[in-house]
Write a protein that binds this ligand. Structure first.
Ligand code: R5P
Length: 314
């Protein structure tokens, strides 16, 4: 058995079990519950003195708890293992909440990604293992090592089901163009960009299409789906321009507000999303989850043995 201690909060027990199974290591005994007034109550039931500790907790909302609940659980757990003399503490946060407010793009707004980074470091983490950050530069908000994983190997496997000459990788906005172009280069496929304008924090419009999608199978890749507006509008535009089929590959499925209804009613033939966030009840059949448990498990194993993680993505 590996000499590492894997704990988890309450946001995603299923993913934690998948990671533990991959590592052939048990999920360690702990209590993460609430006091009568709602404050978070944590007890670590194993001796972690001198141990290499990993705490898995995506900071997402679920039916059982909010983003804030899960972030606070993580902070309290880090405090507990730190005070119990763990040798090294790695926060494993497949979905890093509050990441979308990552710069001061108008007066008097916060940079919550940096605030959360400060909170985690002050609580006592030594390392962060995360996945598909909304902006890669958030790594720089931490002055500790950050390992940043990509869903790319998983998504490439899905896209290779189609012959490259019939495939077009689509960026749903200019911001994702560089990353998505690298998919097209890897696949030798076509590439297109949907121009998007955002007229409110949670509402967007697809405006222009650059690239040829006529009679092609399109894969739109994005880091996040929240309300679904970006994706559904892009899919509609691709169909209007003659796409044969439209699919999506998205790292983090927040599925907020009207997202499920919009997708049920959309042009998508298939909507692939990783399980970095648990899928809520009521998801339409068009959504298919692919697991990142093996990827996370392997990254944890390599962190523990001080092996390269970047080589997972070559
Ligand atoms: C934006 O920069 C992100 O990459 C996503 O495109 C966005 O968060 C999706 O939001 P929604 O699903 O609400 O359109």
């Amino acid at each position: 058995m590996l000499d590492l201690y894997l704990f988890h909060g309450n946001s995603h027990p299923q993913l934690a079990q998948g990671v533990a199974a991959y590592l052939h290591t048990p999920l360690r005994d702990r209590l993460v519950s609430r006091f009568a007034d709602g404050e978070i109550r944590v007890e670590i039931h194993e001796n972690v003195r001198g141990r290499d500790v990993f705490i898995l907790q995506p900071t997402c909302a679920t039916d059982e708890g909010s983003v804030n609940d899960h972030l606070m659980e993580l902070l309290v757990m880090v405090d507990a293992v730190r005070r119990a003399s763990a040798n090294r503490v790695t926060a494993v946060v497949p979905y890093f909440g509050y990441a979308r407010q990552d710069r001061k793009d108008k007066p008097r707004v916060p940079i919550t990604a940096k605030l959360v980074a400060n909170l985690l470091v002050r609580a006592g983490i030594d390392r962060l293992l995360t996945m598909e950050l909304h902006a890669g530069q958030i790594q720089g908000y931490f002055d500790i090592p950050v390992d940043h994983l990509y869903a790319k190997p998983i998504f490439l496997e899905e896209m290779r089901r189609f012959p490259p000459e019939e495939l077009v990788v689509v960026a749903p906005d200019a911001g994702s163009a560089k990353v998505n172009r690298s998919y097209a280069d890897r696949l030798n496929s076509g590439f297109a960009i949907v121009g998007k304008s955002r007229y409110a924090a949670d509402a967007s419009q697809a405006l222009t299409l650059t690239g040829d999608v006529k009679d092609k199978h399109c894969f739109i890749i994005d880091d996040i789906i929240a309300t679904g507006g970006t994706m559904v509008n892009a899919a509609r535009m691709l169909k209007e321009y003659g796409a044969k089929s439209v699919r999506a590959a998205v790292a983090h499925g927040i599925f907020a507000g009207p997202a499920f209804e919009r997708l049920a009613d959309s042009e998508f033939e298939e909507f692939i999303v990783t399980d970095s966030i648990p899928l809520r009840e009521g998801a339409p059949p068009v959504i298919r989850q692919v697991s990142v448990a093996r990827l996370l498990g392997e990254a944890i194993r390599r962190t523990h043995f001080q092996l390269s993680i970047s080589s997972l993505f070559v």
